[in-house]
Design a protein around this ligand. Structure first.
Ligand code: CAA
Length: 381
């Protein structure tokens, strides 16, 4: 494993940072307040190849490696966490499983427009009664000839307000528990498919979170992704990759908050000197920069393991757990360094502080990650 980025990765990071600073950052505060989904950003990101970073060029993507993907999500999240997760979901939770499980026809129909950013995807797994216990989902898919009829409800679906294509998980046989779960690719204008309104949240407020419902939704069997009963493995192996994306998002949020704190500590004077001259503040900054680097190394290690085609469940869970918890500590300290101003909406740190919180919840809570890590340490290492 190389800890240094190669020339191509450095160039990508510079390009995405410029795009983030010039195009994404100026709108971050506004879209957080209004909850407006940043579709312009998504289209522009698509033109830069960021909607399908690791998808091969022949399928509309940029054909880059997994470490490059983490750089993209970190740099975008460094200025706007909503934009970061929008991209992360499309890349890791939708394009990646299609790339791995789809037929050639499905790739042409679904993957190419998603990887180009012409269409937006969402991942429909979570249900009102099935959050951490994903295998307990109750949506059903009943086979009728060469069709399936789907019924059920999904909640907390990122991108759901604006997505064109959903990766939907439903059971062909509830008695089979996780072995009945099956994955389907569904255009969201299919009759019987409906979406709710924009969910107002503590943070990542512009990421288009909503509910979905399927009522006697009839779809061709050719939209099934993988085999019947294979859906839980599709979901779990996809979430392994998604967790690398969320680790990178947490890293970007922390990095953004840290940079604001460094600048503020040099600028703000109290007791006749800048805050950066106080050892208490210096120690905060020292801890923050160390933790951010540690999370970055874990994230790159998970990405590198995925790139090496090895099983990377453990590495992804460790990176996501550590990066998400690190982001709470770093954004909290960044806010503390800003004092009373940090608690107001005039400064960006309060947004970073709110945005960081979700990284400990979605794509697996910290507690789920500890279960996964303990299982590997005790039973699989
Ligand atoms: N890759 C491949 N297969 C896997 C796997 C993985 N990472 N993890 C488990 N499996 C397989 C197992 O090998 C097992 O296979 P067999 O049928 O052959 O035995 C099967 O799946 C069941 O495994 P478990 O018994 O371990 O499953 P479980 O029901 O105990 O669940 C869990 C384990 C880790 C708690 C899992 O349910 C989980 O990750 N829960 C969290 C769900 C989650 O992350 N939801 C996020 C929603 S999406 C989201 O947030 C997106 C967004 O909008 C931003």
């Amino acid at each position: 494993m190389h800890i240094e980025l190669n020339e191509e990765q450095e160039l990508l990071r510079e390009t995405v940072r410029r795009f983030a600073d010039e195009v994404v950052k100026p709108k971050a505060k506004e879209i957080d307040e209004t909850g407006e989904f940043p579709m312009d950003f998504y289209r522009q990101a698509g033109e830069l190849g960021l909607a399908g970073v690791c998808v091969p060029e022949e399928h509309g993507g940029a054909g880059m490696d997994v470490v490059s993907y983490t750089l993209v999500i970190e740099e975008i999240s460094r200025v706007c966490a909503s934009s970061g997760v929008i991209l992360s979901v499309n890349n890791s939770l939708v394009c990646d499983p299609i790339q791995r499980f789809a037929t050639a026809e499905q790739k042409q129909e679904f993957l190419v427009p998603l990887a180009k950013g012409e269409k937006l995807g969402c991942f429909a797994l979570t249900e009102p009664g099935a959050g951490s216990d994903a295998a307990a989902l109750r949506s059903t898919a009943v086979r009728e000839g060469d069709h399936y009829v789907l019924n059920g409800n999904k909640v907390f679906i990122t991108n759901g307000t604006h997505a064109d294509i959903a990766l939907v998980f439903a059971s062909v046989d509830l008695e089979q528990k996780h072995r009945g779960i099956t994955a389907f690719l569904v255009p969201m204008d299919t009759p019987g498919f409906s979406r709710g309104g924009h969910e107002v949240k503590l943070g990542v407020n512009a990421s288009g979170t909503t509910e979905l419902a399927f009522e006697d939704m009839r779809i061709p069997a050719s939209w099934r992704l993988g085999e019947e009963g294979e859906g839980f493995k599709v979901a779990m192996s996809t979430l392994d990759g998604g967790r690398i994306g969320i680790a990178a998002q947490a890293l970007g949020i922390a990095q953004g908050a840290y940079e604001e704190a460094v600048a503020y500590s040099k600028d703000r004077e109290q007791f006749g000197r800048s805050l950066s001259n106080f050892q208490a503040i210096q120690f905060y900054l020292a801890d923050m920069s160390t933790e951010i680097d540690a999370a970055r190394l874990l994230t790159w290690k998970a990405a590198w393991t995925k790139q090496s085609q090895k099983r990377y469940t453990l590495e992804a869970a460790q990176a996501k757990l550590f990066a998400a918890e690190m982001a709470q500590r770093v954004t909290n300290k960044a806010l503390q360094i800003h004092g009373g101003y940090g608690y107001t909406r005039d400064y960006n740190v309060e947004r970073y502080f709110r945005d960081a919180r979700i990284t400990e919840i979605y794509e697996g809570t910290s507690e789920v990650h500890k279960m996964v890590i303990a299982d590997w340490v005790l039973n699989k290492a």
